[in-house]
Design a protein around this ligand. Sequence first.
Ligand code: KIV
Length: 255
Amino acid sequence: MNSKVTVAEICAMKSRGGKIAALTAYDFPMAKLLDEAGVPLLLVGDSLGMVVLGYPDTTHVTMAEMEHHVRAAARAKTNALLGGDLPFKSYETVSDAVVNAKKLVAAGAEFVKAEGGAEILPQVQAIIAAGIPFCGHLGMLPQHVLEEGGYKIKGKQEAEHHKLINDAKALSDAGAFAIVLELVTPPVAKEISETISAPTIGIGSGPDCDGQILVTHDLTGSFPWFTPRFVKPKANCAAEIKSAVAVWKAEMGAR
Ligand code: KIV
C-alpha cells in the first residue's frame, strides 16, 4: 500500500469484490507494523480494555484512554485508514456523541465506530452531519455484556434476524461507510452483506462478509489467556517473548 487509504477506497473494495482486511492497533509500533504489512483498515478498538489495559470487559474503557491510544497509533501516520471506538457511555446523547467523536478525530482518528442500530441512529446522523466518517457495529455488542450476561451469537431468532437487517439498512442509509458484524450467524451476515451498500466487516460472522477484522493480539497469540473460538492464531508471540527472555537470562548467566 503506497498511498493513503480513504473511506471511498474502502467502499470501492466492496464493489470490486475484494475482501477488506482490518485489524486492531492500539499504539505506534503496532499501527506502523500493520500498515507496513499492507492492512488497509486499522481500528483503535475499545478491546484495548482487555488486551492492553487488563480490564475484564470494554465497559471500563474511558474517553481519556481512547484518546491516549488513538494519539499513539496516529503518530504512525499510516497509509491505512485509522479509526477509533467511541467507548461505553460516551455517546448516550446526540451532543455527547458529537463532542466525543470530535475528540477522537482531534486525537488522530479518521473515523469513529459505535455499537448499536436504530437506538443510536440520531447520534449516528449527527456524527455524519458533523463531517466525521462513521462505522457501525451490530450483532454481539461487547459494551452490552453486563446487561446481556455474556457474549452471545446474534441472528438465530427471527426477531433478532429482522432487527439486524433493519439496523444494518438504517445505518447504511444514514451514511455509515462500513458496518462491523460481530458474532452474527453466517447466513444472516451473508444476507446483510448482500442487502446493504456499505461494506460489512465480520468478526466471528462467517466468510461471506465484505471484509474481516480481528483483535491483533488474538491473531498473533499475544494475549494467551483467552482466544475466541473463531480465531486461529497465526503466531505465538507470547511464547516468543518468554523464549527471548529465557535466552537472554541464560546468556547473562541469570539463575
Ligand atoms: O473493540 C474492538 O476491537 C472491536 C473490533 C474487534 C471490531 O470492536
